[in-house]
Every structure is written in C-alpha cells, then in structure tokens.
Write a protein that binds this ligand. Structure first.
Ligand code: BG6
Length: 499
C-alpha cells in the first residue's frame, strides 16, 4: 500500500538559515546574525568540551559582532540568499512535486524596532513568497518562531525570561496571522521549544553572562514558560481568526535507548525522554504535570506565573504534534569508555554499537523513526507530522554540474520505509513529511555550508564564497519520483524485510 491520499510531501527550512539579506529592506539584526562560526572550514567535528551548543555567545562576542560586517564568519547573514532567489527556488521545489513547504518568518524583518510599526517591506516579501507557493499548489507550513528573535530581545530585554517579551511577541504573532492567514492552513508555534535548555541563546535570546550563574537555570525555565504561553496564545488566535486552520507544536525527538539492561540505565533513558518532552506535554495537555512542578521545586527552580497563566495554557492546546527526527540517543549510568566528540554528544549520549554514524557523528537509525512515531502517538493520541529529517553530509559538485548523493538517498529511503510501516502497519496517523534543508542551507548548529541536507545544491562554501547557483542533485530526481508515486517507488525492485 502506498502512503495515504493527501499525504503532505515536501521539505523544511528556516528564515535565519536561508534568507540572507540580513540588513536589507529595513530588517534589523537577529540573534542568529551574531553567532560566529567556531569550527574550521569543512571540519566535521566540533569542540566536545563546550557545555552547551556552538551557538552560545557572550556579551563581548555580541558587541564585536554588532560592529563587524564580516559575512564569512557570520554565515547566517548571507544564508543562501533565498530573499533574492525565492522564485527560482520555489519553482525547483514545485518541479520536485512538493505539496508542502515549511518556512519561518523572521521577526526582525517584521518588527525592526521593538515598539515601532510593522515593516511593510518585510510583510510584502512573505506575501509574495506565499503567493508564489500557492501558484504552484504548494501549502506553506509556517513556523512563527524558528530561533531568530531580533537581537534587541537579547540586548535590551535580556531574553524570553522577561515577560515583556511575551507582549512584543504577541504583537508580532498577531501581525503575521492577520496578514497571512488567507494563505496558511498549517502553523507551528515555536521550533523545538525544549531546545532552549541546550542552546538558550538562539532559542531564548538568553545570554548566560547576563545572569548570576545560580540563576541561569531558572531563567531558562522562566523563558520556556513565556514561550509556552506565547504558543498557547498563538493557537487561540489562529483558531479565532481561521477556525479551519491547524496549529501544531514542534519538538526535537530522539528516542532514548538504555545502553544496557541495567534497570538504572532504563530509568535514565526514561527520565531523559520525560525531560525532552516537558514542553510538548504542556502544549498538548494544557498544564504542567504536578510531578514536574514538584521536581522543579526540588531543584529550587521557581517559575513566576500569573494567575491567568493556567487558563491560557489550558485553552491553547495544539491540534497536532510535529517533530524533527535525525537520530536516536542512548542513556547510561555507567562510566563512558569513549567520548564521542561530536556536537550532539551533550544530547545524544554514548555511541550505539548497533548503528552507523554520519560524517558529523549523528547515529543513523531509520527504525528509530518508527519507534518515535509509536512512542509519540501512544503518549499524545494526536496526528503527527515529521517536519525535519535528513542527512547532513558533504557533497561534491562535479565538473558537469551533477552531484551524486547516493548516501543521502539511502538514508532517506530507509527512513521513509520506516515511516510507511508506522503508517500502514502500526496505523499511526501522520499528516506529512518535510525533509530538513530541502535546499542546502547554513547549519543551525555549526554555521557551516559544508553540512548539506538538500536535494538542491547551492554553490557556496563555509567562507561564504561561491556563485549561489542552484543545481539539482541526484536525490532531487529520486524524491521527485517518490512524491509522484506517493511512495510506491520506495519499494520498486526491492524485497522488503518482513516485520
Ligand atoms: C534542527 C533545527 O534541530 O536541526 C534546524 O530545527 C537545524 O534549524 C537542524 O538546521 C539540523 O541541525 P544542523 O546543526 O545540522 O543544521
């Protein structure tokens, strides 16, 4: 059986990783525009010793970045220049047969000043993007916030822990929904809301040195609380403006496997899963669980809540659960013999001996996707949407303009077969699949161009040098056929393992 009729097939991006034009037509700096690349060109390994991710910056680094015009160090400033190439790019996505395209709106393009007017040029840009998508019959799937708060949220407001930011966001969100609801049926509130714990600067505009060390954990949870309120208010507002539209939450999901049958490892894996779903639980169930409230008290994390907050959360529950899936993770209480040294170590745990790793050290686990779908559905009983998945790898542009990305095809094929099995065998309702970085873009974690996920190659290197020309890769034609056959081509000339 192929995929369900009306299955949404497409790809995903974010404004800060593709648009570029970082100060054009009135846009102000966003937090992503001041994150410098810390890894050498073309490197596949990063500093494993960092406590959190490579996207953390200090006040001094922000100050330096504000005065710098260096585009090679701050790669998200140029992105892939989607701002000027969107018509050509969308035409290529349409050629692949996309019926959905995930993109986000840059807050810094719509409100360059915290209390100023909305920027007509910013609104006009997105309006034309949506019109172009609609002309090709492609549904936009819009993430309202994908990591890129205006920089003033970090510098002038000290990030999302400040409740005033909630009011600024509401103004931005109302403007976006008011203007674009005629084009958008599917909305996501925040990208990977729980990511704020691992990369608080780009996800929460929190600069660690703005806080006393003992207060930083509380600031993270306070910021998360304000984003949860913002998410709930977005759901309510979209439903009020357009009762037919659907709003989802979005989480980074990696099933945690116990490294050994030691019950302590099983408990560790369970605890890590619970922690990774703290925000999603609130977005789906509309309340903090009593256990989480007690755990936070034990950890001396006191979140300030207004009286009306509980009601806001209760009335802003999501219609569907979307998630990114790149790999599974492991958990153990036993001392590690080997440190993996990849940038995901701080999330993904010790190396799983049963799985191969990608060039960037991420475990490749297609069955983990089927496991994720089963676990998330069992927990939430809501339709699911895979809004990110893919292989970050180096690609070689041949002299004749072709790119042979067989490894990516193999990765995607195995994952899509597991997705198919989750739908057809496990009977999990899945709305669609948007692979990450369908057109090459700047890496969120490492600000590299060389870590490519796309079906479309963009001629640009880690230093920002290149022609920006677009080239369809071998995977472009492969995915085109997958979509045209609604997944049936995945099984052509293959004997599939029985389940
Ligand atoms: C997801 C983010 O977590 O991972 C994307 O939502 C990001 O923005 C993707 O690009 C892949 O990570 P990276 O660091 O390889 O770009």
């Amino acid at each position: 059986m192929p995929f369900p009729t009306h299955f949404l097939w497409g790809g995903a991006t974010s404004a800060n990783q593709i648009e570029g034009a970082y100060l054009e037509d009135g846009k102000c700096l966003s937090v992503d525009d001041v994150i410098g690349r810390l890894v050498p060109s073309n490197a596949t390994q990063a500093q494993p010793t960092r406590k959190r991710s490579l996207t953390e910056v200090s006040s001094a680094e922000i100050e330096e970045a504000i005065h710098s015009t260096d585009m090679s160090r701050y790669a998200k400033r140029h992105g892939i220049d989607f701002y000027h190439h969107y018509k050509e790019d969308i035409a290529l996505l349409a050629q692949m047969g996309f019926n959905v395209f995930r993109l986000s709106i840059a807050w810094s393009r719509i409100f360059p000043e915290a209390h100023g007017q909305s920027n007509p040029a910013g609104l006009a840009f997105y309006e034309d993007v949506f019109r172009t998508l609609k002309a090709y019959g492609i549904e936009p799937l819009v993430t309202i916030s994908h990591y890129d708060a205006p920089l003033y949220i970090a510098t002038d407001y000290h990030g999302w822990q400040n409740r005033e930011v909630l009011d600024l966001f509401i103004r931005f969100m109302h403007t976006v929904v008011d203007h674009f609801h005629p084009y958008v049926k599917y909305w996501l509130t925040f990208n990977e809301l729980d990511g704020i714990k691992h990369h608080p600067f780009d996800a929460g505009a929190l600069v660690e040195d703005h806080f006393a060390p003992e207060d930083f954990e509380t600031a993270i949870y306070q910021a998360t609380h304000h984003q949860l309120l913002a998410s709930a208010l977005t759901v309510q507002y979209v439903h009020q403006i357009d009762p037919d539209a659907q709003v989802g939450c979005m989480t980074a999901y990696h099933p945690f496997y116990p490294m050994t049958p030691d019950p302590q490892d099983v408990l560790d894996a369970m605890k890590k899963t619970e922690e990774s779903l703290e925000s999603t639980d609130i977005q789906v169930f509309g309340a903090y669980s009593p256990a989480l409230i007690k755990q936070l008290e034990q950890r001396k994390i006191h979140i300030q809540m207004d009286e009306k907050d509980a009601e806001i959360l209760a009335h802003g529950t999501v219609d569907f659960v979307s998630f990114s899936y790149y790999s599974s993770a492991t958990a153990t209480s036993h001392p590690l013999e080997e440190e993996d040294g990849d940038i995901y170590t701080f999330i993904n745990g010790p190396r799983n001996p049963y799985l191969k790793k990608s060039e960037w050290g991420s475990a490749i686990d297609p069955l983990g996707l089927r496991i994720s779908l089963n676990q998330l559905y069992a927990r939430y009983h809501l339709p699911l949407f895979i809004v990110e998945n893919g292989l970050g790898a180096k690609d070689v542009l041949q002299a004749d303009g072709t790119i042979e990305d067989d490894e990516r095809i193999a990765y995607l094929k195995e994952h899509l077969i597991c997705l198919h099995d989750a739908i057809q065998i496990d009977c999990i309702p899945v709305m669609g699949y948007t692979s990450w970085g369908c057109i090459d873009c700047v890496s969120a974690g490492s600000s590299q161009m060389s870590k490519r996920y796309g079906f479309i190659y963009v001629d640009l290197d880690d230093e920002g040098q290149g022609t920006y020309r677009r080239y369809p890769k071998k995977s472009f034609y492969w995915y085109q056929r997958v979509i045209a056959t609604n997944g049936a081509s995945l099984f052509e000339n293959e004997t599939k393992n029985a389940v």
